[in-house]
Design a protein around this ligand. Structure first.
Ligand code: ADP
Ligand code: MG
Length: 299
């Protein structure tokens, strides 16, 4: 019998990798917002159409990319954030795997416009299913705009698997909320089908919470701060009267990265024992700062 093992073509490998990173429109939102935050943006605009199925666009005023980087960023394992495994243990950025843009480009039609402050002109690139269709110089402001259209246009099975627009939009708003809570000093806007859903000015943590959630008022929030030799934890806990019968407003961040942790959640909720009814969930929003070398960002 002849040999049967083949190396997968690059675009197939990217599509398979994309299966892990990009499950739905909100996965794209998360990856693009992370990149804008890592690029030092002070203002980030998120535009979605049809709950992200038709369009996800993120426009930032971050540091932008050079012409070469604008081409390179779509390659798998292309990252400016680490160069060795040691870097992974002191990582302060949201991303570092260099997989997000390669994955997105393999399952959607993407456009990039980007310019650094020091460059007179920016770069415009169009990619479809991992193939570069256009690359040219363009006039654009400093920063980066990435447009992702027709998610899964080339993988009908995955497109059909997407949920209804209200469900997909809910996932997008959840990602937006997490990014906005973790970065109150960054201004954020969110548009859906031309409706402005959020316009968040740079603010302190308490103001950002009240700005994001219509039903939260400063007088309903309790400041919480705790310092130990290993961690600093701080944030806000909702007073019992704003506890809800549904889950979903419990936020824990570790070094500004949103996490879900049943153990920490249980510890916080048990602090409310006998104060709120058993079927209610308290609001909380807590950031834990810890030396990156003491945690594994992969976990
Ligand atoms: P990672 O974030 O893990 O490095 P990505 O695929 O998300 O991988 O991005 C690849 C690279 O492209 C980043 O390391 C960064 O250098 C560059 N990049 C992506 N988005 C932006 C952006 N909005 N502004 C500036 N540079 C960006
Ligand atoms: Mg990234």
């Amino acid at each position: 019998m002849s040999d049967i093992i083949k190396l997968l073509p690059e675009h197939v490998a990217n599509q398979i990798a994309a299966g892990e990173v990009i499950q739905r429109p909100s996965s794209i939102v998360k990856e693009l917002l992370d990149n804008s935050i890592d690029a030092g943006a002070t203002h980030i605009k998120l535009i979605v159409k049809d709950a992200g199925k038709a369009l996800v666009q993120v426009i930032d005023n971050g540091k932008g990319m050079s012409e070469t980087d604008a081409r390179m960023c779509w390659e798998r394992h292309a990252t400016s954030k680490i160069t060795s495994i040691a870097d992974v243990f002191k990582i302060k950025t949201m991303g570092f795997r260099g997989e997000a843009l390669a994955s997105i480009a393999s399952v959607a039609k993407v456009e990039l416009k980007t310019k650094r402050d020091e460059d007179a002109v920016g770069t415009f690139i169009v990619i479809e299913g991992s193939n570069t269709i256009t690359q040219e110089a363009t006039a654009c402001p400093t920063g980066t705009s990435i447009t992702v259209k027709n998610l899964f246009f080339n993988i009908p099975a995955r497109r059909n698997f997407l949920k209804s627009n209200p469900v997909e939009l809910r996932h997008i708003i959840d990602e937006f909320t997490r990014a906005a809570l973790a970065n109150p000093s960054i201004g954020f806007e969110l548009f859906h089908n031309d409706d402005l859903l959020h316009n968040l000015k740079p603010a302190d943590f308490a103001f950002r919470i009240c700005d994001l959630f219509d039903d939260k008022k400063p007088e309903n929030l309790l400041l919480f701060e705790e310092q130990t030799t290993i961690i600093n934890a701080s944030g806000f806990i909702g007073k019992p009267q704003i506890a809800k019968k549904t889950r979903g407003e419990q936020f824990i961040f570790v070094n500004n990265r949103f996490i879900k942790d049943a153990y920490l959640n249980h510890a916080i909720v048990s602090g409310f024992e006998n104060i709120i009814a058993k079927d209610q969930y308290p609001f909380y929003c807590i950031n834990i700062e810890i030396d990156p070398s003491k945690i594994d960002v992969n976990i």
